[in-house]
Design a protein around this ligand. Structure first.
Ligand code: KIV
Length: 269
């Protein structure tokens, strides 16, 4: 029995039960301070491997190491108390075999305290999703545009423009749901396909650049805050923090240079 007060977070079964109900709100976060703000509004927070590009200046998510995901995952768990925290499994840590996926997913869960992991891939990952969820690891799937496969896909391209491909995408969604995924991200697919996918599965679909009719939505926090100089076309900016930060930094630099920086009181007490 723990002697610490129980933290009441949104659980995996609670999130799964939202299929067809109140839309699920989610955002990415990579550190404690922003996570504490997002925690008040989001049902789940994703520590996405997009952190490689957003926080560390990488040009894709391929190079993100497991230890980095664990470090940021820990920070987000520390900064939050309400939302379910989902941590991405980075490229190369789960595709080879269900055993390998279990070892790395267990490390993520034990070392971060998160409630679930996310991995990319549809039917081809079904066996692994089944293996993990049967062994106590809740899995969120990620289908449609899967950034870790961007080299195979020829870049970050909207999926499903050709209607002949729809059956394969719907098959992916059904396969991950039947394998035991409790929800799936549906990224970068044409709107009518996202609607069909949502209708075809009994688990919540979380759209990003997909359809308002998905069971929930996710955005990369820095994109919607206007902190990223380049964002995909579908992203609405709910804030414009880039110029606000620049103004603050330039005001500070000006005060330091002109020696009008608050001096006398500027000491640790
Ligand atoms: O890594 C990430 O941020 C993601 C979201 C875009 C869904 O996978």
């Amino acid at each position: 029995m723990s002697i610490t007060a129980p933290v009441r977070r949104i659980t995996v079964p609670q999130l799964r039960a939202r299929k067809g109900g109140d839309p699920i709100v989610s955002l990415t976060s990579y550190h404690a301070h922003t996570a504490a703000i997002v925690d008040k509004y989001a049902d789940f927070i994703l520590v996405g491997d997009s952190l490689g590009m957003v926080m560390h200046g990488m040009d894709s998510t391929i190079g993100v190491p497991l230890d980095l995901m664990i470090m940021h995952g820990r920070a987000v768990v520390r900064g939050t108390k309400r939302a379910l925290i989902v941590v991405d499994m980075p490229f190369g840590t789960y595709e080879e075999s269900p055993n390998m996926a279990f070892r790395n997913a267990a490390r993520i869960m034990k070392e971060t305290g998160c409630g679930a992991v996310k991995l990319e891939g549809g039917a081809r990952m079904a066996e692994t999703i089944h293996f993990l969820s049967e062994r106590g690891i809740p899995v969120m799937a990620h289908i449609g545009l899967t950034p870790q496969s961007s080299h195979v896909m020829g870049g970050f391209k909207t999926q499903g423009r050709d209607e002949d491909t729809w059956a394969a995408h719907i098959n992916d969604a059904v396969a991950v749901a039947e394998a035991g995924a409790f929800a799936t991200v549906v990224e970068g697919v044409v709107e009518p396909l996202a609607r069909k996918i949502t209708a075809a599965v009994n688990i919540p679909t979380i759209g990003i650049g997909a359809s308002a009719q998905c069971d929930g939505q996710i955005l990369v926090l820095e994109d919607m805050l206007g902190l990223n100089p380049w964002v995909p076309k579908f992203v609405k900016k709910y804030g414009d923090l880039g110029p606000a930060i620049e103004q603050a930094v330039s005001d500070y630099a000006e005060e330091v240079k002109s020696r009008s920086f608050p001096g006398e009181d500027n000491v640790y007490r």
